[in-house]
Design a protein around this ligand. Structure first.
Ligand SMILES: [Fe+2]
Length: 160
């Protein structure tokens, strides 16, 4: 993605990620779990727990930046992100992995956004520093999630 140079683009991306993290938090409760064995359930719960943490972080920044918190699916996202019906566990993890990669890359784009745009939504320097640290820690988490999914996706490993 090209460098973010527009406030509206950054705001829309933060709102979309807020929504995706909420959807991913649901992984811990979904019926999909019944297809999984012990270790995979624990891993799925970790993905779910971290998504819940990311969701709270994004909510905090939406509020601080005065960006409206989405109440319905933001434009550009499907209403239901995951449907694991009839999927074997490797395929499930492969589906989840696509969103882990998407999340990682979205946070990288946010981190690399034009500093003037970040300053526009967060005029306070202390806020900006904390925001950058939060985004960096989420990039780290998402990369870890991608690795977890890749190890469980087995033969479905097709994207880096
Ligand atoms: Fe994740």
């Amino acid at each position: 993605m090209a460098k973010i140079q527009d406030k509206a683009v950054l705001e829309a991306l933060l709102r979309r990620m807020y929504w995706i993290e909420a959807e991913m938090e649901q992984l811990g409760t979904w019926e999909a779990r019944i297809q999984l064995m012990d270790e995979s359930i624990e891993l799925l719960q970790k993905l779910s727990h971290d998504s819940d943490k990311h969701w709270s972080i994004l909510k905090k920044w939406l509020l601080i930046a005065g960006i409206s918190v989405p109440m319905t699916t933001p434009p550009g996202l499907p209403t239901k992100i995951f449907n694991f019906n009839g999927m074997a566990p490797p395929r499930m993890f492969h589906e989840i992995m696509k969103y882990e990669i998407l999340a990682r890359d979205a946070y990288i784009d946010i981190l690399n956004a034009d500093s003037a745009v970040i300053e526009e939504i967060l005029p306070d320097e202390t806020d900006r520093k904390e925001f950058i640290e939060d985004i960096k820690s989420m990039i780290k988490d998402e990369e870890e999630h991608r690795k977890i999914c890749a190890s469980k996706a087995g033969g479905f490993k097709t994207i880096a």
